[in-house]
Design a protein around this ligand. Structure first.
Ligand SMILES: Nc1ncnc2c1ncn2[C@@H]1O[C@H](COP(=O)(O)OP(=O)(O)O)[C@@H](O)[C@H]1O
Ligand SMILES: [Mg+2]
Length: 340
């Protein structure tokens, strides 16, 4: 469990990110709070469309604006001096997207890897060009020779064969797994405090996936990074995370340490997710097993957002007022009237 010795790297408070569209307002993230700690991984799980990516894009300030906008909340970036003493914190929410302050934070303090590296690696630049650009921007005084040496070292570290040669390759010349390794090398190039991984292995086959997961875990231990690991795959989240946040329709419905939430899932949605884990080693799309579909993001909920699909709903109670996220035992939070 998290204790006072764990250093906070990023603290998200009551984050609300909405999309304003002709069809209505999609409350993609609607009041989410969580802390990210040095050397620990927070796993974020939930069905497609529940706001996982928008949460991470909000932290990186990559939300497409318009139609998206952070309408409320704070994203505090904690800062420490060389002796690891708390120095202060900066809220990234008010920063302008093209500001110098934000450019200093993005990639240097917080880096991100995505599902499809092709969309984040430029097709017209070599691996070296791209990593060089990030380093030149963020590491004061670094020379071209140094960025080249460091890039080759990084490529070797992430398991790219013949790094001396591959450093000059274009991303389309790499396989999916190698592209993801190059993306990870780029994310690590400025030694970030927080690495956000948004379904980074979803497009890979199972063997390559387990290699990438192992690599990320090794690098975390080496760099003592905080990781926010997003996935719709329970097995992956369980393997990667110290703590887990379960999201449903833009909100956290349960948060606890990985051990606690697997031993003692409380929210009916979490229980349904857990029950749909196959016992044998099959890789199914596990979340499909839950009855009903996610309501439209434009739907205005009066009560609990999971009401329509909940096996344990209480008519006249769950549909009249939204439940609060409450701490029911130390470090275990759940949003459900059954525990109020
Ligand atoms: N660029 C966008 N334009 C309009 N709506 C968006 C956009 N991106 C996300 N959304 C809305 O936010 C919701 C959450 O999306 P997302 O965070 O990508 O879900 P997840 O990553 O959990 O699958 C979507 O259901 C959609 O309504
Ligand atoms: Mg997503």
């Amino acid at each position: 469990m998290v204790d006072k010795n764990h250093q906070i790297v990023v603290q998200v408070e009551n984050l609300k990110t909405y999309f304003f569209l002709h069809e209505g307002t999609a409350k993609a993230v609607d009041g989410v709070s969580f802390d990210l700690y040095r050397g620990r991984t927070l796993g974020v799980i939930g069905e497609s469309g529940c706001g996982k990516s928008v949460t991470s894009q909000s932290i990186m300030r990559l939300v497409q604006t318009p139609p998206g906008k952070i309408v409320e909340g704070n994203i505090w970036l904690y800062q420490y001096d060389e002796q690891n003493q708390f120095k202060g914190k900066v809220d990234v929410v008010p920063l302008k997207t093209d500001s110098k302050e934000l450019r200093k934070i993005r990639w240097k303090e917080i880096a991100m890897i995505f599902q499809e590296p092709m969309t984040s690696l430029s097709p017209v630049h070599t691996v070296y060009d791209q990593i060089n650009e990030a380093m030149m921007l963020h590491i004061p005084g670094i020379t071209k020779e140094e960025t080249r040496t460091r890039t080759v070292e990084l490529l070797r570290r992430v398991g790219i064969p013949q790094p001396n040669k591959m450093v000059d390759a274009y991303s389309y010349q790499l396989s999916g797994g190698m592209r993801q390794r190059a993306m990870i090398a780029m994310a690590l190039s400025c030694n970030p405090n927080l690495l956000i991984a948004d379904e980074p292995t979803t497009a890979l086959d199972v063997t390559v996936e387990s290699q990438i997961l192992e690599l990320i875990r090794e690098l975390q231990a080496e760099y003592n990074m905080s990781i926010m690991y997003i996935s719709h795959d329970l097995a992956v989240v369980a393997e990667m995370s110290d703590d887990i946040m379960v999201m449903y329709l833009g909100q956290a419905v349960e948060k606890a340490s990985t051990g606690e939430i697997f031993d003692n899932p409380l929210h009916p949605y979490t229980q349904a997710l857990w029950e749909s884990i196959p016992t044998i080693d099959g890789k199914l799309d596990k979340l499909e097993a839950i009855k009903g579909t996610i309501p439209s993001p434009y739907f205005k909920h009066v009560g609990c957002r999971f009401f329509e699909r909940c096996q344990k709903r209480i008519e006249g109670r769950c549909d009249v007022a939204p439940p609060e996220l409450l701490e029911v035992s130390p470090g275990h939070f759940v949003r459900c009237v059954l525990y109020e």
